[in-house]
Design a protein around this ligand. Structure first.
Ligand SMILES: *Cc1c(COP(=O)(O)O)cnc(C)c1O
Length: 450
């Protein structure tokens, strides 16, 4: 009880200090405030006193749905009803005309590129600030991934960098709603329209995120979602394609089902050329049906908490939350991403900042490393199949085009992440995150000497 009262007093003190900051006092000036507790990494008390939300949330519904499938003996989607039922539920949530559940987010991207017949010689434009699967989906088809650098303010693909990445061989633009926040849909899709190139949205992190009131994944030819364990909707592994184009849906269904039609006996026109087995299981669909019952509430909670957190963090000099574009009416906040400016923290390195924040009981990380400098990717210039298809000159050019300085800056120096599960907590959780960062700011000179 005493602790609680102390904390309340402390929060009051700290909000007075934030007024000071807003008035232009530096972080250093506030260090003189004797009420501020010492940073945990220097031996002070942890700012975070709660218990972070557990993930996944599991209830009776998961057990019921899962046992139904188990006991029915119908474990494959063919001839059974759980996967179609999930697809219909997801269709209602996203308001997309067609939903195809698949085995993973990577499968969803691979299916869409496969349905479009993307192959050797084709180029696909992607951002460098993303999970490796975005890149892999392109390379699995022996297409050439061409990178458009990021807008450092938003962490999203920079719409202004796309046009110069387009060539006669560009067959798809595959932007990513990274962190679950929509990229600039209007600007990106305008460029795509100008060149008549379809957009495949990598919405793997962006369940229920909205651009101008409409769920992402609906704006391009198709959208990919992931239900892998870390994602905001979780069935261990799993994914979905959404699309408002019926023919494209048929082709996706076919590709994910050994090139066969929805009715296994008939081949759908334009499909059946090739395919794989990327089907979701009834078990995954069962878990998804149960998890879906909480999705909308969780989305609202993350959105509210993230907005509150942003409002507070913006007042701290040297902390810049990833900006949302004007058209964003909801972010899924799979990741809460912000930029750290060490100059405002007495030159304390980002690694020291992360260690200090972890010590406060606030988990965080530096996020992605710079993809375009990874050996995994630069080695593609020496890949024998790529050399065969594109030639030495093109692959040399490609290697040189990999420079993405804005992305490097984010990855090497500035980005810090919180995960989506932290945003399922309370308002107090958000306040304590801020309290932790304020403590670190005030003691930054001391911490940087450790
Ligand atoms: C998770 C993720 C994927 C791949 O999803 P999996 O289900 O893990 O295959 C693709 N793109 C992005 C941006 C992701 O975060």
């Amino acid at each position: 009880m005493e602790n609680k009262i102390n904390r309340r007093n402390f929060i009051r003190t700290s909000s007075i200090a934030s007024v000071g900051l807003a008035m232009g006092l530096s972080n250093v000036n506030c260090a003189s405030n004797s009420q501020i507790k010492k940073a945990a990494i220097l031996g002070g008390p942890k700012a975070y006193t709660g218990d972070w939300s557990k993930w996944p949330v599991i209830g009776q519904a998961e057990q019921d749905e899962l046992l139904k499938v188990l006991n029915s003996g119908g474990w494959c989607r063919l001839g059974n009803k759980t996967a179609p039922k999930f697809e219909s539920e997801y269709q209602k949530q996203t308001e997309a005309k067609n939903v195809l559940a698949v085995s993973s987010g990577t499968s969803a991207l691979y299916t869409m590129l496969g349905a479009l017949g993307i192959g050797p010689g084709d180029e696909v434009i992607i951002p460098p600030y993303t999970f490796i699967a975005t890149y892999n989906a392109v390379v699995l088809n022996y297409a050439l991934p061409v990178f458009a650098d990021v807008d450092i303010e938003s962490f999203q693909i920079d719409a202004n960098k796309i046009e110069s990445a387009i060539s006669n061989n560009t067959k798809v633009i595959m932007p990513v709603h990274i962190g679950g926040s929509p990229y600039d849909v209007d600007k990106v899709h305008k460029v795509a329209e100008k060149y008549s190139v379809p957009v495949i949205e990598d919405a793997c992190q962006a369940h229920m995120a909205e651009w101008k009131g409409k769920c992402v994944g609906n704006w391009g030819l198709g959208g990919a979602f992931s239900f892998q364990a870390s994602k905001n909707l979780n069935s261990g592994e799993g994914g979905a394609v959404i699309t408002n184009d019926d023919t494209f849906y048929q082709n996706c269904y076919s590709f994910h089902h050994q090139g066969q039609g929805a009715d296994a006996a008939s081949l759908v026109p334009g499909s059946g050329i090739r395919g794989a087995n990327l089907r979701i299981t009834e078990f995954q669909a069962a878990i998804l049906l149960a998890q879906m019952t909480r999705l909308a509430d969780q989305v609202e909670k993350r959105w509210k908490n993230a907005q509150y957190l942003t409002k507070m963090l913006k007042q701290i000099s040297g902390i810049k939350p990833a900006e949302l574009y004007d058209g964003v009416t909801k972010s899924a906040y799979h990741l809460y991403m912000f930029r750290y400016d060490k100059e405002k923290f007495s030159g304390m390195s980002r690694e020291q900042f992360i260690n200090a924040l972890n010590a406060e009981g606030v988990p965080c990380s530096t996020g992605y490393t710079s993809m375009t400098r990874e050996k995994y990717i630069t080695d593609l210039a020496q890949n024998k199949h790529y050399l065969n298809v594109y030639g030495e000159k093109r692959m040399k050019e490609w290697l040189e085009s990999l420079s993405c300085p804005q992305n490097d800056k984010l990855c090497d120096e500035e980005a810090v992440w919180f995960t989506q599960t932290m945003l399922l907590g309370t308002k107090t959780d958000m306040e304590q995150i801020v309290e932790a960062i304020r403590k670190i700011a005030r003691y930054s000179a001391e911490i940087s000497k450790i």
